[in-house]
Design a protein around this ligand. Structure first.
Ligand SMILES: *Cc1c(COP(=O)(O)O)cnc(C)c1O
Length: 428
């Protein structure tokens, strides 16, 4: 991508670029939070995506069906509740590059991670370790440590962490390879992110999977910050499982129903699992027999019947992604975040540095920014921006994350961010 030569740091350029954006109309599918008489510059879709306009009606439809049909809505609703999770399957599979039977929408992310580890983390005396990245998202770390302890092992010896070796703490492929060469024989599970939440670094799912599986390890990915952000091809990656949440880039609302991928080669494998009636073979589920027979594929990991009010927003949000197309979104995203990075380097180099890899292939839309100067400067800047209606998020100890998302952010938003930082630097 050599698009950078075309960039210009002025309003006329940004407005013209927005006007020429083939995906520009998607912004009006979302509710942009107000700021005074105008709108926020919302760069926080990595944390909580904005509400699609279609979400409200989707929820009202389910309330109406409940009111008018009650139990009958399971079979006769506008969107029948019994097979409701089927309504998201096609678009979900398309978004993560999976076969339709490999994905299921259920539970929340950390829960799915636990359910997957019940089946896919099967430690033995010789092979009991889990490999994660250092500074992993806390919930993942807690989940992993608790699984290790649950099996009677000690995280002090059974948890291996990849140390960042690059300038800003990001992790080179060489470090992953070295860890697998050195420890591969005692690693039961490799669990890495698609996009690292703190640094914004993208990991190469297929390369990691190939390497790790050659060493006999099981491979899972947490795609919390990858899904809806960068294209992923889960089936071809060969990963054993993946999990993600839907309230970040997937815009499905706080606590939305999360997702889960189980590779086709495990579709009928007799894996141990924590079972519930919704994972039982659908054709005989309501015979209510005593013996659990799993539905083949990812569906066989369902435990409970799904929360319809939490699935409805996912259903309509995935329709937006289907219409936009993840390839087109990525193309815009590379330019949009490329523009923001270019502006920051050109205009703010004395004020902040970019932690996220500069190469577009190694990042999604998020940039993690470290503010230069004394302790406290970053937090002061963050607060100044928030008061000016420019919303990113703050990660201790010193990082501001901003994520222009291609569905609803504009080139003008990137310029506004940079102008506001300059304004702060001038005053402080
Ligand atoms: C956002 C996020 C979570 C959140 O977990 P929930 O179970 O949805 O509360 C977990 N792990 C990662 C890597 C995340 O980015």
């Amino acid at each position: 991508m050599s698009a950078t030569v075309d960039f210009a740091a002025d309003e006329a350029w940004a407005l013209a670029r927005d006007a020429a954006d083939p995906l520009a109309s998607f912004r009006s599918d979302f509710l942009i939070p107000p700021y005074g008489n105008s709108e926020q510059v919302y760069l926080c879709g990595n944390s909580l995506g904005l509400q699609p306009r279609s979400t409200r009606q989707a929820l009202i439809d389910e309330l109406d069906d409940w009111a008018a049909l009650a139990v009958e809505a399971h079979f006769r609703g506008k969107h029948s509740w019994m097979p409701y999770h089927e309504l998201v399957r096609k678009h979900l599979a398309e978004l993560v590059g999976a076969q339709s039977g490999e994905v299921v929408a259920m539970n929340s992310l950390s829960m799915n991670l636990h359910l997957m580890m019940v089946s896919f983390y099967r430690p033995t005396q010789e092979r009991r370790a889990i490999l994660i990245e250092k500074n992993a998202f806390p919930s993942d770390r807690y989940a992993v440590e608790s699984q290790i302890r649950f099996h009677g092992y000690d995280p002090a010896t059974a948890l291996i962490e990849l140390e960042g070796d690059e300038v800003n703490g990001t992790i080179s492929q060489a470090v992953i390879e070295r860890a697998l060469d050195e420890h591969g024989a005692r690693i039961a599970l490799v669990l890495l992110p698609g996009v690292q939440y703190f640094t914004g670094q993208v990991f190469d799912l297929k390369r990691i999977t190939d390497l790790a599986q050659r060493k006999g390890c099981v491979v899972g990915f947490d795609l919390a910050h990858a899904v809806g952000n960068v294209p992923v091809n889960l089936h071809n990656s060969g990963a054993d499982f993946a999990v993600w949440c839907s309230y970040k880039y997937l815009n499905s609302g706080p606590g939305a129903v999360a997702g889960c991928f189980v590779h086709e080669r495990h579709a009928r494998a007799p894996l141990p699992r924590f079972a519930g009636w919704w994972g039982h073979d659908q054709s005989t589920r309501f015979k209510m027999g005593p013996d659990f027979v799993p539905t083949p594929g990812a569906d066989g990991w369902q435990v409970s019947n799904p929360p319809i009010f939490a699935l409805a927003p996912l259903r309509v949000s995935l329709e937006v992604f289907h219409r936009a197309g993840i390839a087109r979104l990525r193309e815009k995203s590379v330019a949009l975040t490329g523009y923001l990075a270019w502006l920051i380097e050109k205009k703010l180099s004395g004020i902040m540095e970019i932690v996220t890899p500069r190469d577009a292939d190694r990042r999604g839309c998020q940039l993690s920014l470290r503010v230069k100067g004394d302790r406290g400067a970053g937090r002061a800047l963050f607060d100044h921006l928030a008061a000016a209606g420019i919303i990113g998020d703050w990660r201790e100890p010193d990082v501001i994350r901003v994520a222009p998302t291609p569905l609803y952010n504009r080139f003008m938003d990137c310029l506004r961010f940079v102008l506001a930082v300059r304004d702060w630097a001038r005053k402080s």
